[in-house]
Write a protein that binds this ligand. Structure first.
Ligand code: ZN
Length: 138
C-alpha cells in the first residue's frame, strides 16, 4: 500500500471565506500516483473546516447567513471563550461545518457524486492556515 501526505496553506484576506480546493486535491492525487484507495482532507486548525457541497455562490451566501444566525460573531462579549481571543464564533462554526472529508479514489480520480466539490471553510482568517491531504491506496 502506498501512502502520500501533503499540506496546503491558505491565507484569506477576510475573516470568513469558502474556497473550492478541489483542483488542489486533484493535483495532489495526481502527484501521489495512487489509483485505488481513499483520500482524506482535513483542516489542521480548530477555526476552519473542510466540507463537501455544491459550488454555487447563492448557497455559500446561505451558509454565511445561517452560520451567523447560529453563532453570530458579534458582540464578542457574548462568549466565555472570548477575552484574550475573539474567535469563539469561529470555533462553533467550524464544529457545525466539520473537520474533514474522505473521498473514494477510483481509477486515479476522486469518485464524487454529480455536484460534489471540496471546500475549505475559513472562519477566523487573515493568517496562514493549513489543510492536510492524506491519500492511502495503490
Ligand atoms: Zn479560540
Amino acid at each position: 500500500m502506498k501512502s502520500f501526505r501533503k499540506e496546503l496553506t491558505f491565507r484569506t484576506p477576510t475573516r470568513r471565506a469558502f474556497l473550492n480546493i478541489t483542483p488542489q486535491v486533484e493535483a495532489a492525487l495526481g502527484e501521489s500516483g495512487i489509483r485505488e484507495g481513499l483520500c482524506l482532507v482535513n483542516a489542521m486548525h480548530i477555526t476552519a473546516s473542510v466540507f463537501i457541497n455544491d459550488d454555487e455562490p447563492g448557497l455559500h451566501e446561505d451558509f454565511e447567513k445561517w452560520l451567523e444566525k447560529l453563532a453570530p460573531e458579534k458582540p464578542h462579549s457574548q462568549y466565555r471563550h472570548n477575552g484574550a481571543e475573539d474567535n469563539a464564533d469561529a470555533h462553533l462554526k467550524r464544529t457545525i461545518m466539520g473537520r474533514e472529508v474522505v473521498v473514494a479514489v477510483t481509477g486515479g480520480r476522486l469518485d464524487f457524486g454529480p455536484w460534489e466539490r471540496i471546500f475549505y471553510g475559513e472562519f477566523d482568517g487573515k493568517r496562514a492556515k493549513r489543510v492536510l491531504i492524506k491519500i492511502l491506496g495503490e
